[in-house]
Design a protein around this ligand. Structure first.
Ligand SMILES: Cc1cc2nc3c(=O)[nH]c(=O)nc-3n(C[C@H](O)[C@H](O)[C@H](O)COP(=O)(O)OP(=O)(O)OC[C@H]3O[C@@H](n4cnc5c(N)ncnc54)[C@H](O)[C@@H]3O)c2cc1C
Length: 433
């Protein structure tokens, strides 16, 4: 694998994205005492989207990042712009009522459009492509997709098309699927280059980003404080966006999400002809299994193939061994293809699989827990957090009103993962989720 060819000092996971990232400026750690209107903790898509939306509105924003821009899930994910949430809207309606479902339904396709708008407005070079497919492995999954279309259409979203076993082959030339759903407003990007482009846009609008500045604690008050080892940043408003990597820095959020690891590998370049034969439409695909496979072609015609799920968020010893059988089942001719990069990262799961947005105090906001589908929803969350701070909280409050169950106890998150995984399913069943 090519991972050893990455620069020694490169801070990111050993991913294809890190190896093909655009150059980024050094962003010095925070030092001393600083004062800003807004302080955002975490420079993943949640933090960057929030900061950019606020900077666009003229706020003085400072982002504090433990590692580097896009270091977390945002810079190493499958790059798939998946609209909707990890829970279907009819489940939201059944659990939280029609008003909640209507509010979330109206926003369900906005995230990908926010990304498109920013890519165009700021000229971000991240190989944005349109179109995403949900692939059904059996009749039951296809029936569920048909129901999902009906539900989404009822909320006004209609750039959707049901695919049969033949038409889905324009998206993935495999006989694994009985059909699928094409979302024309979905798509895919190079996520690390999107994050780096958004960071540059924040700075161009006057915002500040400090890297290598892990926040160790926060202090509430009319002016809140964020403490790193070398700095104290005082701000009128804090926004906490550490997601699966926040750890113990904010105890009140620790048990609200569980870190879950998922993995991606990148093949050697396959050549334009093979890439066009395997995925003719140039869309991205995810299947409908709970522990799903997801894949797409990169700009240089590699297949980026993701899957695998580790509850608790540890990196498996042999990523290739986990993913290669799934790749071989999907595209038999790639069974022995060379893998150039393989990496793992953590997303944050909520017990309800609905994103968790809220306030710890009047001036301390948080957003996390996208439950595996966060590329679009982080962008939406950032915009609606910014709206709330700017005096229009209705859309934020629609999310914040949804009750989110805590995982019982931070210590439990450190028990053997198999126990935790099975506990998770039992707890969900017990709560009727
Ligand atoms: C391998 C993988 C594949 C995925 N594929 C897809 C996909 O194809 N489509 C999709 O929709 N979703 C996908 N996801 C999920 C998606 O990437 C995430 O939901 C999303 O990126 C979360 O963004 P975030 O900004 O909330 O968190 P992150 O991107 O994880 O960012 C959090 C940031 O906060 C920083 N931080 C944490 N604690 C502190 C602290 N104390 N002080 C300062 N900074 C701190 C971290 O260093 C990190 O940079 C995938 C996730 C993974 C891991």
């Amino acid at each position: 694998m090519k991972q050893s060819s990455l620069p020694r000092a490169w801070p990111h996971a050993p991913s294809y994205y890190a190896a093909s990232a655009h150059p980024a400026p050094a962003r010095p750690p925070a030092e001393g005492h600083r004062r800003h209107q807004i302080c955002v903790v975490g420079a993943g898509f949640s933090g960057l989207s929030t900061a950019l939306a606020l900077a666009e509105r003229g706020y003085d924003v400072c982002v504090v990042e433990a590692s580097h821009v896009g270091w977390g899930a945002s810079g190493r994910n499958g790059g798939q712009l998946v609209n909707g949430y990890s829970r279907d809207l009819d489940v939201v309606a059944a659990r939280y009522g029609r008003t909640a479902a209507a509010a979330l339904g109206a926003m369900a396709f906005e995230g990908a459009d926010i990304i498109r708008d920013r890519v165009h407005r700021y000229g971000i070079d991240c190989h944005l492509r349109d179109g995403g497919v949900f692939a059904a492995l059996n009749r039951r999954q296809l029936d569920a997709l048909v129901e999902r279309v009906t539900s989404w259409q009822a909320h006004g979203h209609d750039a959707l098309e049901i695919l049969d076993e033949h038409t889905i082959r324009a998206h993935a030339a495999t006989d694994r699927y009985v059909g699928g759903l094409l979302d024309r407003r979905g798509g895919h990007v190079h996520p690390l280059n999107l994050a780096l482009g958004e960071a540059a846009a924040i700075e161009a609008l006057g915002g500040t980003i400090h890297e290598q500045s892990p926040v160790v604690s926060i202090e509430h008050g009319p002016v809140a404080s964020v403490h790193t080892e070398r700095a104290t940043i005082r701000a009128d408003t804090l926004v906490l966006c550490g997601n699966a990597y926040l750890g113990n820095a904010v105890p009140a959020l620790r048990d609200r999400v569980m870190p879950v690891a998922t993995q991606v590998m990148a093949t050697e370049p396959l050549g334009a002809e093979t890439a066009a034969r395997l995925m003719p439409a140039g869309t991205c695909v995810e299947d409908c299994n709970y522990m799903l496979d997801y894949y797409r072609m990169s700009a240089d015609h590699r297949l980026l193939f993701g899957g695998g799920t580790v509850y608790g968020g540890t990196t498996p010893a042999d990523i290739q061994a986990r993913l290669r059988p799934h790749l071989a089942r999907t595209f038999g001719e790639l069974a022995n293809v060379r893998i150039d990069y393989a990496w793992s990262g953590n997303f944050a799961l909520t017990l309800t699989r609905i994103p968790h947005l809220g306030r710890l105090a009047d001036n301390v906001y948080f957003t996390h827990g996208y439950s595996g589908h966060g590329v679009t929803t982080t962008h939406l969350a950032g915009v609606i957090v910014a709206e709330a701070i700017d005096g229009s909280p209705a859309r934020f409050d629609a999310f914040a009103a949804l009750r989110n169950h805590p995982f019982p106890g931070g210590r439990l998150l450190r028990v053997p993962l198999s126990v935790l995984g099975s506990w998770y399913y039992r707890a969900r069943e017990g709560l009727g989720l």
